[in-house]
Design a protein around this ligand. Sequence first.
Ligand code: HEM
Length: 271
Amino acid sequence: MFTTNGSPFTGTIRTISCRPRARLNTRRGVLSHPISRSPTTMSSTSFVRPSANMIGVPFAWQPVASTASWRLYSTQPAKMAAFEALWQTRPGAPLTLFAIPRPDRERNSFYVGLPRALSLLVFGDANATVTGLDRIAPPDRPPLLLTFFSYRLMVLLGCLFVVLAGASLTWGLWRKVPFPPCWLRLLTLAAPLGYVACEAGWVAAEVGRQPWAVYGILRTRDAISRTVPAWQVLASLIAFTLLYALLLWVFLRILLRIVRQGPEAPERAGY
Ligand code: HEM
């Protein structure tokens, strides 16, 4: 499974949004950078290494993905069934690409899936039987819609990053001319999506394990501490929120300073 923290493009914000000329523009935000008004002189070959990494890593991780699928399925089958909106236990289970789950009817509308791919991914056997939600008692199932769509959003964004990196790599290798400004703008807009994918992954993982705090052993509602009163929970929540807001502020200041400094020349950066 692919749980990289942060977009592949997060680290390239300064590469794509700043040229030396941009240093003069210290009061402008990232998205109002001159990119939008003049063609960049930034070499497209500077994208080759990050793009190649972005594409290579998921492929290199395929054996790990298979093992991780098995581990997820064997430890939390309800979560896997919710990720896939798999209502019926069945041999040769498909991998869901898109669906609109209908929990009230225990079925899906507009289902699109890859036949037998889930069985293959989890068991390495296209005909193996995968447990569906029908084998999970309703009170033991996670909230389906939030689990399903947050998981889909994460995977969709992961695929989008690979496509963006693939197109950049192709352009950088075959056409040794600068990227068109509209492409750079698109990559700049994609930068925050890594954070969205992380949050979606976290929601999928956490909501997907409900109603359990310890899967199959301790329910979340039974895990409430009797020794820590509610006001202390609230106080620590407020304290952590303030602390993280401060860290976010420091992070943004440092990020913007790096963006304004602009990139190193490609040859010095080693690309
Ligand atoms: C491209 C396909 C992707 C697949 C197949 C995938 C798969 C998964 C799975 C199965 C989980 C749940 C693990 C568990 O509950 O034990 C997960 C969690 C997560 N994923 Fe993804 N993921 C993908 C892309 C991404 C991307 C692009 C990001 C972020 C940039 C991301 C960030 C996360 C995070 C933060 C978690 C929560 C980890 C945790 O709290 O334990 N994932 N992912």
